[in-house]
Ligand binder design. Structure first.
Ligand code: FAD
Length: 389
């Protein structure tokens, strides 16, 4: 066990922060414009600067970093800017991981290579209106017809769908109604029969999209797995969860850093805010939570040297980090007083960024169910009418 960040990791983190600060005006412009064109311009610049595809294999144009280093750098990128954090996350720890794990050589060449070069973005399509936490209740169906797959159904809350070029679509290939029907395919966003909604703005100012499929046709060659893949897809999805967790750490770190400098500047009662013991204890608690949250995340990432992340370590990190990040960001607002609540200051936005982390990638309650199931060694089925095993 080694609890130190190495000198070379520190160097990479410092260099990454410097690069991100140089790209910050472009990131602000992309965020302000909110168009796919502006975001894709930023994506290409980030690719040129080695900020995408951090853990993707060098053979497909990635940087071949271990997951731990990837998460360290992702935290840095997110601490500088959330739009850039989203791009580094989705092109490194995002849906592209499933293509690497279960795709064939052609899928990898086109999709993994395209993502690493900053030419393609891939969303992930799991959630449906009637299948949220109960993801295996999904109804979107794929029927094979000659060289095509014909898709009917609907997805909801899909991140970045209008900015990205394809979606890793979870859907049913069989008719048994069981989870074993679920497979996945790569859905190009220009597929005939696909409609992407104009989106709903979330609390962090990003859009979540609905995908509607009406006899949507995709080449059969885009299938990653014709069923029997849900377990494998979710195992790979734990990498995505760790990426989102690193983003929460980045936002919490930025809030903590901002509040720490603020209390040393702002004076009340003729003294620095940092002189008041009540506030010192808040800072101490923020620091303890940030370090504990980082250590749980880094453990889960370091233990992937032998393969995919442990589901238990991922859920433990997710539950703790999501809670800690909300508390750290909330305390940062409190330390800034009225200014913290104003949009001119960066801390209220950081709170809005981390709030979604308790919901997406499996809600905190669902992760606690998984942790309880592990420690009690019971399946704890959540389905109506099914007894605990
Ligand atoms: C910002 C954001 C980005 C997202 N991006 C994507 C994306 O890119 N792709 C995608 O496919 N989806 C995405 N989602 C959807 C997300 O995965 C779902 O919102 C999430 O899985 C919860 O489903 P639901 O919203 O239907 O809530 P529900 O499942 O209806 O849950 C409502 C409440 O009930 C609780 N609950 C439900 N079942 C249980 C149980 N068995 N035990 C205890 N509590 C339970 C939940 O914890 C929650 O508090 C995103 C969501 C958000 C907020």
């Amino acid at each position: 066990m080694d609890f130190q960040i190495s000198p070379s990791q520190r160097e990479m983190m410092a260099a990454t922060e410097k690069l991100c600060r140089q790209l910050l005006p472009l990131a602000h412009e992309a965020h302000a414009k909110g168009t796919a064109e502006a975001l894709n311009g930023l994506r290409r610049e980030m690719a040129k600067n080695g900020l995408l595809g951090l853990n993707l294999p060098a053979a497909y144009g990635g940087l071949d970093m271990p997951l731990l280093d990837t998460l360290l750098l992702l935290q840095v990128v997110q601490s500088v800017d959330s739009t850039m954090g989203g791009l580094t996350h989705r092109t490194s720890t995002g849906a592209v991981g499933a293509v690497l794990e279960i795709g064939n050589e052609e899928h990898k060449r086109v999709f993994v290579g395209g993502v690493a070069r900053g030419e393609i973005g891939i969303s992930i399509g799991i959630t449906e209106p009637e299948a949220g936490s109960a993801a295996t209740a999904m109804r979107t169906r794929a029927r094979i017809e000659g060289d095509d797959v014909v898709i009917n159904g609907q997805k909801i809350f899909i991140s970045a769908a209008r900015d990205n070029h394809a979606t890793l679509l979870y859907c049913r290939f069989g008719n048994t109604g069981r989870a074993s029907d679920i497979g996945a395919l790569l859905l190009p966003h220009d597929a005939p029969g696909l409609t992407i909604s104009s989106g709903t703005v979330n609390m962090a100012g990003e859009r979540q999209y609905e995908l509607f499929f009406s006899d949507c046709r995709v080449p059969r060659a885009n299938i990653l797995a014709e069923g029997n893949a849900f377990g494998k897809l979710i195992s790979v999805y734990n990498v995505e969860r760790l990426g989102s967790i690193a983003r929460m750490l980045g936002s919490a770190q930025a809030s903590y850093d901002y509040a720490l400098s603020y209390v040393k500047e702002r004076k009340q009662f003729g003294r620095e805010l940092a002189d008041f013991q009540g506030l010192q204890w808040m800072l101490a608690e923020m620091k303890v939570k940030l370090e504990a949250a980082q250590l749980l995340t880094w453990r889960a990432a370091a233990n992937t040297a032998a393969g995919l992340p442990s589901p238990l370590e991922t859920s433990v990190a997710k539950v703790y980090v999501a809670q800690a990040a909300k508390e750290i960001c909330d305390d940062a607002i409190q330390l800034l007083g009225g200014y913290g609540y104003m949009t001119e200051y960066p801390v209220e936005g950081r709170y809005r960024e981390v709030r979604g982390g308790s919901i997406y990638g499996g809600t905190l309650q669902i992760h606690k169910n998984m942790i309880a199931s592990h420690i009690l060694k019971r399946k704890n089925s959540q389905w109506a009418g099914k007894a605990e095993e």
